[in-house]
Structure formats: C-alpha cells, structure tokens
Design a protein. Structure first.
Length: 257
C-alpha cells in the first residue's frame, strides 16, 4: 500500500539533497531559455558542476510560444550545426532556413541538458548576487512566488566560480549588479546599454558576439547579452541563441580547466 508520508519524505529528502549539493558550483545559470539550456548542457557534458535556476514553473524561455503563439521556430544555417550535434530534426523551408516545432525544441533542450547532468531548480528566483573581492561569486536565491508576492522572506545563498545571466530581455542578474553595486560593466557606456529594435540579421550576429564576460565572474548570453551590450532583437529565429550558449560554455570550460 502507498503511504502518503513516505511519498512526501521521498520528495523532501531528495530535493534537499539536490539543493544542498548545489550550494557550491562551478557555474550557476540564471534563466532557463535556449542559450542557458545549451550552455548548461555543454558544461555538464564536460564534467563541470553546474545548476540552473528559473523562477518560472516551466523552462524554455521564449521558445514555447514560437512566433506570436504559432508554435514553430526558425533556425538559420549557422545554428543548424547545434541542432545536428544535439540530435534535433529540422525541416528545410528555404535555403538557409530550417523550421522545427517549438515544443519539441524547448522540451528536448530541457531533457538533453538534464541527461547531460545539468541540475535544474524551477520556481527558484535570483534575488541578488554574492560579491567577493570585487567579483561575482554566487547567487542569493528565494522562491519565485516570494519574489512575485514581494513578501519579506530572507533568502539562501550559494557560491559559484562563475554566474551566467541567461534571463533574456530583462538581463536580471546584470541589472541587479549595476543597481546595487554601481559597478562599471565591460560595455561602451559602463552600464546596461539596452536592447535595440528588430533587425534579425544583426540581432543574430550580436547575440553571439555579445555573449561574454561582462564583469569579473559574470557572463551574459542570449537576449540578456544583447540587452546589456545594446544589440538588436531578432524575434523567433533561434540559431544565435543556440550558438551563444555553446560559445559561453566553451569559454567557461576553458577557464575552469
């Protein structure tokens, strides 16, 4: 017979073990969109200790909705190489343009990242960063619902060698760092430049180019990178997001070696 207390104890004990193990990391990723998932996948596959924190119930960022809730997305030729590496099937629409189901891509990225070893904590929000010797050295976390309701509940803290801001358009980690610490970022203005309007070709190029370390210990990827560095937005074409995550992962793997 099923025992309700045993069920509860299994959930609580397993979760607490997973959370306790994530209090010291090589890389803490904030945001579960495509760039963050790809980065986490490659980092985990390389044997790095990496965990992802996302305040939402489901992960995948903007992928799920496709374009205006038409659940298909486009990946250009350059990004197709990532799909091939990860075993995703995409259909050729026109030369240089591939389409695939957004639900298939989002759910597949989550699955493949977890199989590679990425630990994912959904419903957990980044509230602040940890600073050590003028360097980002971890995260301050709380339940996503606490953040939404703006309750005064003290958070928990974890340490990580690097933090990746993959929070999309708001660039939440970089924004908190600038607001609370008044630091100078590695941007043209020293602050968050702000995302530009739509220009798909430039936006895709910018996404990859801007994915880098913006402050000691803090990397940015995906649309967070474009928001911080002033890149264009590109809409429901996702090759740049995939390439962005891989670029950041490869650089971090090298630095963590």
């Amino acid at each position: 017979m099923l025992n309700e207390v045993t069920i509860s104890r299994g959930i609580i004990d397993s979760y607490l073990k997973k959370l306790s193990d994530a209090l010291e990391l090589d890389v803490a990723i904030v945001g579960g969109g495509p760039s963050g998932l790809v980065a986490g996948l490659y980092l985990a596959a390389a044997g790095k200790k990496v965990a992802m924190f996302d305040r939402r119930l489901s992960l995948g960022g903007g992928v799920w909705g496709g374009g205006m809730m038409f659940n298909e997305v486009v990946v250009q030729e350059e990004g197709k190489s990532i799909l091939d590496e990860l075993g995703f099937t995409a259909c050729l629409f026109q030369p240089g343009y591939y389409v695939l189901d957004s639900v298939y891509l989002a759910s597949g990225l989550v699955y493949k990242a977890m199989v590679a070893g990425l630990k994912i904590f959904n419903l957990v929000a980044m509230e602040d960063v940890v600073i050590k010797d003028k360097r980002v050295a971890g995260l301050v976390i709380n339940w996503g619902a606490v953040e939404t309701l703006q309750w005064h509940v003290d958070p928990l803290t974890l340490h990580s060698t690097y933090v990746l801001d993959a929070t999309g358009h708001p660039a939440n980690v970089a924004s908190v760092l600038v607001k609370k610490m008044g630091v100078t970022l590695n941007t043209t203005t020293g602050g968050i430049v702000g995302e530009k309007s739509m220009e798909a070709e430039s936006g895709e190029i910018d996404t990859v180019a801007n994915s880098r370390e913006v402050y000691p210990g803090l990397y940015v990827s995906g649309m967070a990178a474009n928001a911080v560095y002033g890149g264009y937005r590109m809409g429901p074409v996702f090759g740049g997001m995939l390439l962005s995550g891989k670029k950041v992962a490869q650089e971090l793997i090298g630095r963590l070696a």
